[in-house]
Every structure is written in C-alpha cells, then in structure tokens.
Design a protein around this ligand. Structure first.
Ligand code: G2I
Length: 449
C-alpha cells in the first residue's frame, strides 16, 4: 500500500481503485461462501472428518466455511472408547484447524442415543450412576474445549416423529429432565458457549417440531440455559418443507437462535442435470429461509463433498447430497447456496466453439477452374490461419489471392495474407485461387491448422 501511494499519481490511483471496485462485481461468484455469509450476518459451516483436512479438502473447508462441526470426532464413543480412557486426537485436530482458519466450531454432540461407547450402553447403572456419568462426560468434554466452541449440540434427537420423547438410555433412566440437566451442566462448564437442542424432521411445522417448540418454551420459562435449536435438514430432493421459514421464525420468536445444522439433499442416483438443477433450487430455498430470519445464525452442510457424505452408506441408491462433487468441483447446489447468500452465479463459459473451412468451385472450364475457401468461426476466433487439403485428382493451384498458397505434390497449404489473419467470433474470411484439372475435379476436405 505504501509503495502504491508513493509510486502512483492521484489520477492513476483513482483509475486503479475503479478497477479494483469493478473486479469483485465481475467475479462475485468467486467470493467464498464464508464472506458472502458474513455480509448477511450469517455463519456458513460444514461437518468435517479430521483426518481429511489436508490438500483440496482442507483448502475448501478452510476457504469456504466459517464454522466446522466434527462429523464424528466429539461423540462419546469416539472420545471415551473405554471408561476413563480418552482420545481427543481428531477433536483436537479439528479445533486447531478451525482456530488456524478463523472459524467457529459447533461441538457435536454431548447427549445422544447413538455412537455411545459399548461400556456405557452395555453397563447397568442406577439412575444416580447414570446421571453422574452424564454430568462427568459433559463437564470433561465441554471443559476441555472451554472458550473454543461457539455452540454445542448438547442434546441430539430427543424426540420421536409423533412428538413424544424417544425412549433412550437417557430418557428411560433419567426421565425428561436429562435434557434440562445436560444443558445446565454444559453451561456450568463453559458459560460462553451457545447451547442447542438438535433434531431431524423438525424443519417444517409438524408434531415433532411442535414438541421441540414446546420443550424450548418450557425450558426458557424455567430458566434453563437454552440458546438455540438445530434443525438438521437431512432433506430429500424436491421436498423442502414449505413451512421452513415460518418454523424458523416461530423458534426465533421464542427468543432462541436457530441453526440449520446438518443440511444435505439426497437424490436417487445417478444424478443428472435436471436433478442437480432441482437440488440447486432446494439449497437456495433452505439458505434463503435462514437469511430471511435474523435469528437464524448458521447454515451448516453435513459434509461439503459427495466423497464425504453419510448418505450413500445409509440410503443405498441415494447420494450426491452435498454442494461439491466427489472430485471437489462445485455443483449447481453450491451456486444455490452462494446465490441465496447474495453471490452471483458465474456466466457459463461459451460452448466450445469452432472455426471451419468450406471449399467450393465457383467456375470451371475445359482445363481450368476457380475455387474459394471460406473460413468461418462461431464461438471461437482466429488471429491467423492455415487451410490445408489434398487434391484427389491431380489438380494444381496456379494462382491465389487473399492467401499465400503452396502446393507440394497433391498437398496444398494456404496461409492468411498479412491483412486477413483475424477471423472474429461470428465472422468469416474468404480467399480464392485458380487451378488446372483434367478428368475430374472433386472437392477436397479442408482442415484448419
Ligand atoms: O446420520 C447422519 C447424522 C444425523 N444426525 C446426527 C449426526 O451425528 C449424524 O451423523 C452421522 C455421521 O455423519 C456418520 O459418519 O452419524 C452416523 C452414525 O449415526 C455416522 O456414521 C458412522 C458409521 O455408522 C460408522 O460405521 C462409522 O465408523 O460413521 C462412523 C465413522 O465413519
């Protein structure tokens, strides 16, 4: 900046600024999702696998997203495989990566019925023992990462589809208050972390989301620390609930934040352009619903690449659920997200264009003829050209205009003149020649080279 100031006149600085200002508009689609989200006051996240955070996977995770959720690394079964034996390797790796990339971490998850260690699920515990185990687990894990986790999915998937409590180790052993207790213990371990209850099939207004709504309302009334609800959003192509925004709004109106925590949109394989276009529209409407509600603070995709998605393993025949394909190329869904965050979709590159040459005989007499070649371009252009062909019946060029032609045996090569090398997209150039023939005068195939 200093050398810019001293080295440039005011006029050229102004010109330079104008160019700088113009550039982002032209390349807005290249703006990382995290910057687009920030401009809307939102956080955009992805679930990650710690061991993959290098190379292209790491580059995209770091550049595009402002929040990371460990897909599995912070679950009880991962962090305490044997009672009292802890393995924080992957969780630490993800937290360190997030800190190095100025990203939030969503901790996932403290109380769940899945992915618990077998020593826990196979044990037989009194309610007091179970409660002590849970409190100790929460205090240990939340305490370890105190100050480093923006939000915790404290309780995961507590409800059945009909809105009753899911019978689990926790509910069966401790009753519904395991939820309030878990939140209270988490708050004690890290008072600054935002505490969430997270569930699936609660994106639209339905029995399950209404049960969640009523729970949050009563927790708030009791003074239990609850800061947000997570709507997982494991969706199916073409089935974004029409009441999504309304549902987000009703939670916001309760005085809690809302996050879309595990967004993916699966389709029957193979993917095709129509399905990918529908998926783009679906990602657009989910992100737009969050953008429309101030207290919807975060949209997190459950894996950003189709190569790192839980979907094909769980729903055979389904997949392609994320915004990047298996080779890390952004899919239309990516542009659905960026568009809903205010980015512009890039103008697709023009279809691979072509220039071609057409040969014709314009007049012919007993031993001679006049011919011409027209070179025309569509979706492409040339700055110089050479037209080549092979005469099939002993013809011989005697004279050419608007090109320099040489003939060696049957092979003819004609190069542009100094003034007509340029063939613009949509334009054409013609050159002509006289030749001799006898017997027959067949039209050759001309190639450009
Ligand atoms: O099931 C999708 C998600 C639903 N909401 C809660 C999330 O925590 C859950 O995540 C998924 C992970 O993405 C999967 O990766 O949870 C699954 C387990 O319920 C995870 O699958 C497990 C496999 O079942 C294991 O066989 C595997 O060892 O992932 C493990 C690590 O790759």
């Amino acid at each position: 900046m200093r050398s810019l100031r001293t080295g440039l006149s005011l006029a050229s600085l102004v010109t330079g600024l104008a160019l700088l200002l113009a550039a982002p508009a032209a390349h807005a689609a290249d703006t990382p999702l995290r910057d687009l989200a920030a401009a809307k006051g939102k956080v955009i996240g992805t679930a990650v696998t710690g061991s993959k955070l290098t190379g292209a996977y790491g580059d995209i995770a770091g550049a595009q997203f402002s929040s990371l959720t460990p897909g599995n690394a912070m679950k009880w079964g991962t962090v305490e495989p044997a009672q009292g034996t802890f393995d924080w390797t992957e969780a630490d790796q993800i937290v360190a990566f997030a800190q190095a990339h100025n990203q939030q971490v969503r901790g996932h998850t403290l109380v769940w019925h899945n992915q618990n260690p077998s020593w826990l699920t196979n044990g037989s515990w009194t309610p007091a023992q179970l409660s002590g185990l849970l409190q100790n687990h929460i205090s240990t894990e939340v305490g370890r990462y105190k100050g480093k986790i923006a939000s915790w999915d404290v309780v995961n998937e507590p409800f059945n589809e009909d809105g009753t409590y899911r019978p689990t180790l926790w509910y069966d052993g401790l009753g519904a208050d395991y939820i309030a207790n878990a939140l209270t213990w988490a708050h004690a371990a890290d008072p600054a972390a935002k505490l969430y209850i997270n569930d699936y099939n609660v994106e639209g207004v339905n029995a399950k989301s209404t049960a969640l709504y009523n729970l949050v309302k009563s927790l708030k009334a009791r003074g239990v620390p609850i800061d947000g609800v997570g709507l997982q959003a494991h969706l199916i192509l073409g089935q974004v609930p029409s009441t999504l925004q309304q549902n987000i709004q009703r939670f916001a109106d309760l005085g809690v934040d809302v996050a879309i925590t595990e967004l993916d949109i699966r389709m029957a394989l193979p993917a095709d352009s129509a399905k990918l276009a529908q998926q783009k529209a679906d990602f657009t409407s989910v992100v737009a619903a969050c953008v429309a509600v101030t207290r919807c603070v975060n949209v997190t995709v459950w894996g950003f690449t189709d190569s790192d998605s839980w979907v094909p393993g769980t729903f055979p025949g389904y997949g392609a659920a994320t915004p990047y394909d298996e080779n890390y190329a952004p899919k239309p869904a990516y542009y659905g997200i960026s568009g809903a965050l205010g980015g512009t979709t890039p103008t697709p590159p023009p279809p691979a264009g072509a220039c071609q040459a057409a040969y014709s005989v314009t007049s012919q007499w007993n031993t001679g003829f006049t011919g011409q070649v027209t070179i025309s371009c569509s979706g492409a252009s040339l700055s110089s050209w050479k037209a080549n062909w092979t005469f099939g019946a002993g013809q011989q060029i005697t004279q050419a205009w608007n090109a320099t032609c040489t003939q060696s045996g049957t092979v003819v090569s004609c190069a542009n003149a100094s003034y007509n090398g340029s063939v613009p997209d949509g334009g054409s150039v013609t050159f002509g020649f006289n030749g001799s023939w006898s017997g027959s005068n067949p039209v050759p195939v001309v190639t450009l080279g």
